[in-house]
Design a protein around this ligand. Structure first.
Ligand code: NAD
Length: 378
């Protein structure tokens, strides 16, 4: 891993692609899953943990969110070595009072801890109708939509607010320096007999920082209006996010509408950071080499929310919203979660596109740990 950047967000993209050139390589999900699972086990995870984390990461790639896919190993492996990420930890219940459930993760893999915390919350919401979950002290939880899907698969609604305690990356509206994380939000609603589950899941920054890492790995520029350099000037160079001092992402909504993304990002830090976890994204909780997540989520049974006919009304609403001509260049009105399902079907059939830097990083990890990554990827 000697060629990687010390910045965990940049690590995969800064890898020397070497023999892999600059192209995109399609790999089958099954081989990738096997390779990631073995790499995680070689890095100290028990078999079940390795399976859960590998499944989460490959699923993020399958659903089109390469920013939160297998490239994350470049961040996780140095975090383990530095003691920031602790394998084989499990969710611990810190407290329970009425609808409130507090869980902590001992700096374990977020994919394991958040999943276990959600299992506890789902059981409580099924029993009581509603739970307010505070989750603290987990390493990066990855694609938040996966926990929304966990709830919607259980027939429950979830509203999740997540903060990132790492280094600040998002400028407040009309500010020139980063003060907030990319603090994601997820709202998930279960499927009815005619409407698939709605999974709204996005960063409250104009773009997720992982997308800058992916663009850097591909040698591409970002779209205009997303980034500021360290002096506060607009730029399209994704590298500014990984320089030290680094630049800033604009909040969701960008130059003109950024007050809305800024407000959402701030409220994620208020709810998940200041209120739920005592770990807001302020300097005492920041660190360039680690990425901690905290979450505040409300999970409830829609059948107990006041409308026994909620499913029929949801179907009517979705049908009405869809019933508009699509704009030129669009083939249909999509509901949140639909693009990910489409991409998943396509990538299962055609393979997952991995950039050369990510492939080189995985092979290097394999060489260090005795895992024949290239053979497993075929
Ligand atoms: P994004 O900008 O791709 O937006 C995704 C959301 O928009 C999804 O709900 C998707 O279904 C919906 N969507 C996309 N295209 C659509 C269309 N044409 N019509 C209707 N809906 C559409 O997501 P992002 O902001 O880049 O975030 C990517 C991932 O990064 C998310 O899974 C998020 O949870 C994750 N993330 C995690 C962290 C962390 O610290 N753990 C931080 C930031 C982001």
């Amino acid at each position: 891993m000697s060629e990687t950047s010390t910045d965990p967000y940049a690590a995969a993209a800064s890898f020397n692609a070497g023999t892999y050139g600059t192209g995109i390589h399609r790999v089958k999900a099954a081989g990738l899953l096997d390779a990631i699972r073995r790499l995680l086990q070689a890095a100290g995870s028990a078999a079940e943990e390795a399976r859960i984390v590998a499944d989460h990461l490959v699923e993020a790639n399958l659903r089109g969110h390469d920013s939160h896919g297998v490239g994350m190993l470049a961040m996780y492996m140095p975090a383990i070595a530095a003691g920031f990420l602790k394998p084989n930890r499990h969710a611990v219940v810190d407290g329970q009072s009425g609808p409130f459930l507090s869980v902590s993760g001992g700096s374990g893999y977020g994919q394991v801890i958040a999943r276990e915390a959600m299992e506890l919350a789902i059981a409580q919401a099924r029993r009581d109708g509603l739970v307010a979950l505070s989750l603290r002290d987990t390493h990066h939880i990855g694609r938040v939509g996966s926990y929304g899907e966990q709830c919607s698969d259980a027939g429950l609604v979830a509203m999740a607010f997540v903060n990132v305690a790492s280094r600040p990356m998002v400028a407040p509206y009309s500010g020139l320096q980063p003060r907030l994380g990319t603090n994601p939000i997820c709202i998930a609603v279960p499927a009815t007999s005619s409407t698939p589950a709605l999974i709204l899941d996005f960063a409250t920054s104009a773009v997720a920082v992982g997308k800058c890492r992916v663009a850097m790995g591909k040698g591409q520029e970002m779209a205009p209006g997303l980034l500021l350099d360290a002096e506060g000037n607009g730029t399209r160079d994704p590298k500014v996010m990984f320089d030290d001092p680094s630049g800033a992402l604009l909040p969701l909504g960008g130059v003109s509408g950024g007050h809305k993304g800024f407000g959402l990002a701030l409220m994620c830090d208020v709810l998940a950071g200041a209120l739920a976890s005592a770990m807001p994204g302020t300097p005492p909780h920041q660190g360039r080499e680690r990425v901690m997540n905290n979450m505040f989520a409300v999970i409830f049974d829609p059948a107990r929310g006041g409308n026994a006919q909620w499913a029929a009304d949801l179907d009517d609403l979705v049908a009405y919203v869809r019933d508009t001509p699509a704009a030129p260049g669009s083939d249909a009105i999509l509901m949140p979660g639909e693009p990910e399902r489409r991409t998943r079907a396509q990538r299962l059939a055609d393979g997952i596109p991995l950039d050369s830097a990510t492939l080189a990083m995985l092979n290097s990890l394999g060489q260090e740990r005795g895992v024949a990554v290239a053979d497993l990827l075929g």
